[in-house]
Unconditional design. Structure first.
Length: 289
């Protein structure tokens, strides 16, 4: 019988995370699972709670968006525990990639008896990232999204990249991809494990969560008039056929840039460049069904 510690981010989903958890919680308890509820105060607090729960053999249940999933995942990886997810944020891209059901009863059943899958993670200067690390227009857009939480998510995730692009000038990136140097003038660089973010966009379509490799997407200089078309194509993944887009795979990537650019992971700023990102194969245990 699984025992859960549910970590609830009070600001996720516009403050609706607790309400989204309630029917899942009721269903889990009806199935016989024990669930302890904890409200997180910060990323550090979430990590502390997750570490304690994992060390005690409890499943860490992240009730929030991609940011809380990232914070909980880091603690779970280090403590050798298991992660469960109740999608309750604005984007929920990692949960969507896993194909988690939206119906509370189905999700509770999956958490109660579903199989555990071992997924890769990215280690970005010591920060464990289950999804993606990126720097460029996309990271500028993440900053805009996080300072405009009052805007409806469906609208915000569409206009933020356009606004970021209008203020952006291509930067000079210096990469080292599995030891091979690459210098390129680009709009954004994505180091992908899941390949999905931006409220449902498949930014890096070939990315697979447990294939033992990271996917590196570089978006070079392109016409400014193409941004709307690029975003539309990103919904299906056809943007990777554009001439300014390149893809390759690696297990270790270092990245520098010629001016200050936010370094983001799964929706939040996590530090500054330069960064070295290493793939850790099968490091994260997640209940996926």
């Amino acid at each position: 019988m699984r025992e859960f510690t549910a970590l609830v981010n009070p600001v996720s989903g516009g403050g609706e995370a607790a309400a989204r958890l309630r029917p899942v919680l009721d269903a889990l308890r009806a199935l016989g699972s024990e669930v302890v509820l904890e409200r997180t105060r910060s990323a550090a607090h979430a990590g502390e709670l997750a570490t304690e729960a994992a060390r005690n053999g409890r499943v860490v249940l992240a009730v929030g968006g991609d940011g809380l999933v990232r914070d909980a995942a880091g603690a779970v990886v280090r403590a050798g525990g298991t992660l469960g997810i109740v999608p309750a944020g604005r984007g929920n891209d990692f949960a969507r990639t896993l194909g988690l059901p939206g119906e509370p009863d189905r999700l509770a059943t999956l958490l109660h008896e579903g199989a555990v899958r071992e997924l890769d993670v990215l280690d970005a200067n010591g920060v464990i990232v289950p999804g993606n690390v990126y720097a460029g227009i996309d990271s500028q857009a993440s900053v805009l999204i996080n300072v405009n939480r009052w805007v409806p998510a469906a609208l915000l995730y569409r206009i933020a990249p356009v606004l970021a692009f209008l203020r952006w000038k291509p930067a000079e990136y210096t990469l080292e991809i599995d030891g091979e140097p690459l210098r390129v003038r680009a709009n954004t660089v994505v180091l992908a494990n899941s390949g999905a973010y931006g409220h449902g966009l498949r930014i890096v379509p070939p990315a697979v969560l447990d294939d033992g490799r990271a996917d590196v997407l570089v978006v070079g200089e392109g016409p400014r008039s193409a941004i709307v078309r690029f975003m539309r194509e990103a919904k299906t993944g056809s943007h990777v056929r554009r001439p300014e887009v390149s893809l390759r795979t690696a297990r270790e990537i270092s990245m520098r840039v010629d001016r200050p650019v936010p370094l983001c992971a799964d929706g939040d700023v996590i530090g500054e460049l330069p960064v070295t990102v290493r793939l850790r194969s099968g490091a994260l245990r997640v209940i996926t069904g």
